[in-house]
Write a protein that binds this ligand. Structure first.
Ligand SMILES: Nc1ncnc2c1ncn2[C@@H]1O[C@H](COP(=O)(O)OP(=O)(O)OP(=O)(O)O)[C@@H](O)[C@H]1O
Length: 632
């Protein structure tokens, strides 16, 4: 702005009068300079002095030199004098008369002045050129200055406008700022309110929870109070009833004591009745005979429906008639008819439970303390295993599982009478006169020998034989299944071995009655004998020899017992030796002879029925209970 002011104060383009060198020009310049303020002068000096200065200072130079020509006495002589002046000073004084000298001197001076003039002219033209250049420059600057000035004016106008706008904007800004401040204040207030609200919400939630808890507690308390009210009412009733009951209790106690003494009396009567029953049962059995023989005829299976059958007539409950008519062209032509009588006959329609109903007195005898042996005899496929072990399902259970069920059922009754029973079970197989433990699944078993339990030789045991205590029928059946599996494995390894071996399930009953100071041990041997038919192959011959030997030894033992022989050949076979305590005098034996009705098996059936008749004819001396009195 300052600069623009200065420029505006500069003179307009120079006229002839204003030219440098002329007094007018000098005066004009001087007046211009004088018209400026001190500050403007300083600015002009720094920015625009050069051309003006040179224009101002260019002219006076010749004046200075000319001044030097003035006489030395003049006061205004400059400090720096020229060569001419020196010469003038140093030249000898020309006398006034010497006009020639003076003329020469003047000529000389004229020359000098002339040259000075020429010099000055040259300088003048130089200055004029310079002046022209400066003028041009000045004009240029002036136009520029004008342009700048107009631009400056425009800009100033714009600036004014802008500053107006700026002021307005500033005002707006101030207003906005004020508004923002207000808004910020509001926001701060709002945040404060929000925070307070949040805190309040948290507090509200807490309170709500507390209220919920309190209300649920209240509800519970209400419920409890209600139930307490009910309880109180009940308690009142109970208290009343309690008083009544107390009275009744007194009366009941008296009658209980009376009943107790009566029950003790009844218990002793029941005991003696049980004893009498035992005696009676055994008397009946003695009367029936201690060796009892039943015959069971198995029905043909569906798969065997086409097989020809021989005639079988059930004459009565104890007798059957078997009849075969041989073809006329056969060697043994004619009719073959045989009648057999036993303690009972089970027809093809008899169920497993029918069989067990007849067998159960024997199991009862074992529970009463007698050694019992139940065995199934017959040819392969006649139904021995089915009779002894049975099939799947409780209905199909054979003698072995039913016996154990009965033992455990009776055990409860015996417990009430003060008897404590321990049941142990072992399972073995005799194949080719070698004993195998069926509870031991090891292939290589230790040797099993039959040994005497005591010196009297009344009881035997098998060495290295596993004997498991059973606490329930379930325990026993688990062991039975395990033994069956072991027997089947051995049978698979050794072609049809199961049919060619004797299988024995031994149940050992140990009973103790602390009240009566009695105890006894009895053995229940349940035997599934090997097939009694004659073998056909060499291996079968070998097996048959062993089977026949053991079966004939069995018949020999039974015969010897029948004829009251002093020596009974028990030890001649493993089977008779093992069954010695159950076959001897102090035992009861039941044999089931199993037959089928197939024509092709008629001869084997006849052999089985004959063997059974032999056994049936044998009557063991009266069995003796293994009862001992003990000091307890
Ligand atoms: N009374 C019966 N009622 C129905 N099926 C029977 C009866 N007796 C035996 N069976 C069936 O006849 C088949 C042969 O019976 P089982 O195996 O008991 O004969 P087994 O004399 O034991 O033969 P093995 O000497 O080969 O062991 C079996 O399938 C068995 O289920």
């Amino acid at each position: 702005m300052q600069k623009m002011k200065i420029m505006s104060k500069l003179p307009t383009p120079m006229s002839k009068e204003n030219r440098p060198g002329s007094s007018n020009a000098r005066n004009g310049a001087r007046s211009v300079v004088n018209g400026l303020s001190d500050a403007d002068k300083r600015t002009l000096l720094t920015n625009h002095t050069k051309p003006i200065k040179s224009a101002i200072t260019a002219a006076p130079a010749p004046r200075l030199k000319r001044a030097a020509t003035l006489p030395a006495s003049s006061n205004c002589a400059p400090a720096k004098s020229s060569k001419v002046e020196k010469k003038t000073v140093t030249a000898a004084r020309i006398p006034a008369y010497d006009y020639k000298a003076r003329f020469n001197d003047l000529l000389e001076k004229h020359k000098v002045m002339k040259s000075e003039l020429t010099e000055l002219k040259e300088k003048h033209s130089e200055v004029s050129d310079e002046y022209e250049k400066i003028k041009e420059l000045y004009d240029k600057i002036n136009t520029e200055c004008n342009t700048v000035k107009s631009e400056l004016l425009n800009t100033m106008n714009k600036l004014k406008q802008k500053s107006g706008e700026l002021e307005k904007a500033t005002l707006d800004l101030e207003l906005q700022k004020a508004n923002i401040e207000k808004l910020l204040d509001k926001t701060r207030n709002f945040e404060e309110v929000t925070n307070n609200l949040k805190l309040k919400t948290i507090e509200f939630d807490k309170l709500k929870l507390e209220v919920d808890n309190v209300s649920s507690c209240y509800k519970t308390v209400l419920g409890e109070a209600e139930s307490l009210r009910v309880h109180c009412a009940d308690l009142k009733k109970i208290a009343e009833e309690h008083i009544k009951l107390k009275e009744e209790h007194k009366i009941a106690l008296a009658s209980i004591n009376q009943y107790k003494s009566e029950s003790e009396a009844l218990q002793s009567i029941a005991d003696s009745i049980y004893q009498d029953q035992r005696v009676l049962r055994n008397t009946i059995q003695d009367l029936k005979g201690n060796i009892r023989v039943y015959c069971r005829v198995r029905p043909p299976l569906d798969s065997e429906a086409s097989k020809p059958l021989y005639n079988l007539n059930v004459l009565d409950a104890c007798s059957i008639e078997v009849e075969k008519v041989e073809l006329l062209n056969s060697a043994r032509k004619g009719r073959s008819q045989h009648t057999f009588s036993f303690d009972g006959i089970f027809t093809p329609h008899s169920s497993q439970s029918d069989v067990f109903n007849e067998v159960s007195p024997m199991v009862q005898s074992a529970l009463d303390g007698y050694n019992v042996c139940i065995f199934a005899y017959g040819q392969t496929g006649s139904g021995k295993t089915y009779t002894m072990e049975g099939g799947c399902g409780v209905d199909q259970y054979g003698i072995v599982p039913r016996s154990i069920n009965m033992i455990f059922t009776c055990m409860e009754d015996l417990k009430r009478m003060g008897w404590e029973l321990t049941i142990k079970a072992s399972f073995l197989e005799i194949y080719n006169e070698v004993i195998y433990d069926l509870l031991n699944s090891n292939k290589d078993q230790e040797n099993h020998d039959i040994k005497m339990t005591n010196t009297k030789g009344t009881d035997v045991y098998v060495s290295n034989l596993l004997e498991e205590e059973v606490k329930s029928s379930h325990d026993f059946i688990r062991l039975l299944i395990f033994a069956q599996r072991n027997r089947q494995t051995a049978a698979t390894l050794n072609n049809e071995r199961s049919s060619r071996s004797h299988s024995v399930a031994q149940i050992k009953i140990s009973a103790k009655n602390d009240k009566r100071k009695e105890k006894y041990t009895s053995n229940l041997n349940l035997v599934d004998l090997a097939g009694s038919e004659s073998g056909k192959t060499t291996q079968r011959m070998d097996e048959t020899k062993h089977i026949n030997r053991s079966l004939s030894e069995l018949s020999k033992v039974i015969l010897s017992l029948q004829t009251n022989q002093s020596h009974i050949p028990y030890r001649n076979s493993k089977l008779t030796h093992l069954l010695m305590p159950s076959l001897g005098g102090n035992s009861k034996t039941l044999m089931l002879v199993n037959i089928n009705q197939f024509d092709e098996n008629f001869n084997d059936t006849l052999n089985s029925l004959r063997f059974a008749t032999q056994v049936n004819n044998c009557r063991i001396v009266k069995a003796k209970k293994n009862l001992t009195m003990v000091d307890m």
